[in-house]
Design a protein around this ligand. Structure first.
Ligand code: BGC
Length: 761
């Protein structure tokens, strides 16, 4: 009876919610309809225009004059690159006082991993495998961004990437579609909520689609893949963001099946809008309409018409829409219906943001002082940073260090504020960042620290010049040679008991337009590591990086290796928290580390081939392998150590033969057998042994991050249904196929307990 009543109440609530939603949709619809009736063609086209006046707009001349006149004459629908509530208010006022219909503007920005309080780069955050934490980082980011006048973030970036040469691998969640999808949804929830509050902003999933599969890892390059790979491996995170309610989507620079994404009607209309039911706003990437000319798709008028016809609504920066759509309409190359559709979607997004009710909703100048870089936000950033670190090696418990250790702190990133935030910290404040040196001093007041830079991040003048094009993140010592820097570091090491070497990449050699063909430690840093190791002192490598590096030799020689990505504003404190054991590391790799660049693409969920390299066949000829390197990675997907040890008991299944809708329960007893409390990410993988198409050797299907006190044990259970077995088959039917499956549970993709089951229809 109780159950019936609660089911009834629940159904009524759901019914009521959907009724409310329908009513508010109807209200929006009639509002937008009547507004559009008043709009001229020029005003409609103006809404499709997204512009930027450049970064860091000063409070004086808010925007350059022609931008100002465009705003005043209704030729702009939104802006990005204008930050600060006073600035956005002033521009919004300009719209309210000068334009006929007073349609408020969007104010967007790339709030990628925090606004002014920066969290770890997304690839690092992904390694936390902690969805609540990731959602919270997006929540904080939205709170700060909205306090700074913004109502739209160009995030989450969910491009699956299996090629660490691509600099933008730093901006995404790594190689796995399941983990990537969970993160995409968490970020959308964090940014947007239900968009009913002034600290909830519109999110924009990008870059739709497949941008992470650029050939050779070279940015903006061609992508080409089968539909099956697309649907099974690359599209799921975009879809997860859309399913989570993401209100906007950004098209990518690359082509798909020979047609650039921005002009690809199959992608934007057939797949996104029709198959996935996306009703929101589609914006291009930066000048990606215009770039279709270089892709070979025609002149600006042609490519602009192509983009609109594809289903794109808003043109970022290039003004192809603004300058050519009218002509195309006159010539019958596009229809009024297409312009109306795009305009309507933009107005609806503005309506949902509450901008028509109050154009200044996001322009509350009193909020910044309270909401930006606040103590709770910084505390959240510190926790998030420590959660993103991955302990890749810890021989003989080199870590944690004692708080009164005698430390040689070496390396170009050891005392370096500029590089803590990482790529895409558009509004980040480097001066607010905590360096590793500062963090160590904060956490271990009694430690004795001797510092030496040891190496420049790079000594190659051309590389440095290209990297530093926008900001000097690589500083090259003018007065000392690389050899002198190295010798000083060796002397410092010799006088200490342990070496903490803080090395890696600068932020500006990661991210957009920062592809590398060689993914080793840049500059003289490997020589530095070798010299430090040769002193015989234990060496801890604290690695800052935006991508997996090929580190086989360094990883072999150091005592401990802690990968810290770029941790954000609180990076240094978080590094110290982990180095001295206040925080036990629990990050697990969201991306495979190859042994060398020649193994790329190297990813865990690969196919088997007809000549797989079995464990007993290493080095055999006529198998799918290399003569000069094993197939195995340096560090596999899902891998990460802890200061404690976890033991996995036998894998237990409720049954080994199932039919149809039955549920398989797979459990394992997890014990914390070490001396400290810690968290472990327990991972569930499945292999479909026989399919109508070939299936990957394993695929992540679930995971749980479990905290256990030392000595504690817990049964970790996964419920598996046929939903987890489904995949896109040759004809793109999404279904499961009866047969045998291997169920694997373990601590990383290669360390699993396996049992076989049979599932029949
Ligand atoms: C990037 C996008 C970004 C846009 C606006 C482009 O170059 O590809 O990710 O959102 O610029 O800054």
């Amino acid at each position: 009876m109780k159950n019936i009543v609660s089911t009834l109440i629940f159904s009524l609530l759901v019914f009521n919610q959907s009724l409310q939603a329908q009513l508010s949709d109807r209200k929006m619809d009639s509002f937008v309809r009547s507004l559009m009736k008043k709009m001229s063609l020029d005003e409609k086209i103006g809404q499709l225009n997204l512009i930027t006046p450049g970064w860091g707009v000063p409070t004086g001349a808010v925007v350059s004059t022609d931008v100002e006149s465009k705003i005043k004459s209704g030729k702009v629908g939104g802006m990005f690159g204008v930050i600060g509530a006073a600035n956005t208010r002033r521009i919004q006022e300009m719209v309210m006082t000068n334009t006929r219909l007073k349609i408020p503007l969007f104010f967007g920005s790339d709030v990628i991993h925090g606004h002014k309080t920066n969290f770890p780069i997304p690839l690092g955050l992904a390694c936390s495998w902690d969805m609540a934490l990731i959602e919270k980082t997006a929540r904080v980011a939205a709170t700060e961004a909205s306090a700074d006048g913004l109502n739209w973030t160009f995030s989450p970036m969910v491009d699956i990437c299996r090629d660490p040469r691509w600099g933008r691998i730093a901006e995404g969640s790594g190689e796995d579609p399941f983990l990537g999808s969970a993160i995409a949804a968490a970020m959308v929830r964090g940014y947007q909520g239900d968009m009913s509050q002034p600290d909830q902003i519109m999110s924009c999933v990008k870059h739709f689609a497949l941008y992470g599969a650029s050939e050779g890892g070279r940015d903006y390059n061609t992508t080409d893949m089968s539909r099956q790979r697309m649907y099974n491996e690359y599209l799921p995170p975009y879809k997860a963001a859309v399913d989570a309610g993401c209100a906007s989507v950004m098209t990518s620079f690359n082509e798909i099946d020979g047609i650039p994404a921005t002009g690809n009607r199959w992608l934007v209309t057939d797949l996104l809008r029709k198959q996935w039911g996306f009703a929101g706003l589609v914006v291009t990437d930066y000048t990606s309409v215009n770039e279709m000319t270089d892709h070979g798709m025609g002149d600006l008028q042609t490519v602009s018409a192509l983009a609109l016809h594809a289903g794109v609504d808003m043109d970022m920066v290039g003004e192809g829409f603004l300058t050519t759509l009218k002509k195309s309409l006159d010539e019958g190359r596009i229809s009024m219906k297409e312009i109306d559709q795009a305009c309507r979607r933009i107005l609806e997004a503005k309506y949902k943001l509450g901008l028509f009710q109050n154009p200044y909703r996001y322009c509350d100048e009193s909020r910044a002082a309270r909401d930006i870089l606040s103590a709770p936000h910084r505390a959240a950033a510190r926790t998030a940073a420590a959660s993103s670190f991955v302990l890749l090696k810890n021989q003989n418990n080199t870590l944690p260090l004692s708080k009164n250790a005698n430390i040689a702190l070496v390396g170009p990133l050891a005392d370096n504020k500029r590089n803590m935030l990482g790529t895409w910290a558009v509004s980040g404040v480097p001066e607010e960042a905590v360096t590793v040196m500062e963090g160590i001093k904060n956490v271990a007041k009694d430690a004795n620290i001797r510092y030496a830079k040891g190496a420049n991040i790079s000594d190659d003048p051309t590389f440095v010049k290209r990297a530093n094009a926008f900001a000097e993140e690589i500083t090259v010592e003018k007065d000392r040679t690389p050899q002198q820097l190295l010798e000083e570091a060796v002397r410092v090491a010799q006088a200490s008991d342990v070496v903490v070497a803080v090395l890696g990449e600068s932020a500006n050699i990661t991210g957009e337009a920062a592809s590398r063909s060689n993914i080793t430690l840049p500059g003289n840093q490997t020589a530095l590591i070798n010299a430090l190791v040769a002193t015989g002192k234990p060496v801890i490598l604290v690695l800052f990086t935006g991508r997996p590096l090929a580190l086989e030799q360094e990883a072999g020689s150091v005592g401990a290796l802690l990968n810290v990505w770029f941790g954000g504003t609180e990076a240094g404190n978080a590094v110290a928290d982990v180095l001295f054991g206040d925080v036990n590391p629990s990050g697990k790799l969201a991306v495979t580390f190859p042994r060398n660049v020649g193994q790329i693409p190297l990813y865990y969920n690969h196919k088997n081939t007809g000549r797989p390299e079995g464990p007993d066949q290493i080095g055999n000829r006529f198998r799918s392998n290399y003569l000069d390197v094993p197939n195995t990675p340096l560090f596999p997907f899902g891998f990460g150590l802890s200061y404690t040890s976890f033991e996995y008991g036998p894998l237990q299944l409720n049954k080994t033969s199932l039919t149809g809708s039955e549920i398989l329960t797979a459990s394992i007893q997890l014990s914390n057998t070490g001396n400290v409390d810690g968290s472990e990410v327990v991972q569930l993988y499945i292999r479909d042994l026989v399919g109508s198409s070939t299936r990957p050797v394993q695929a992540l299907k679930s995971f749980q991050k479990v905290f256990l006190k030392h000595g504690e044990r817990r049964t970790v259970t996964f419920n598996i249904s046929t939903e987890d077995l489904k995949y896109y088959q040759y004809d793109l039917t999404h279904d499961w196929e009866a047969g045998d499956f291997d169920i694997m549970i373990g601590s990383d993709a290669t360390t699993v307990k396996t049992a076989r089951i049979k599932w029949s229809r």
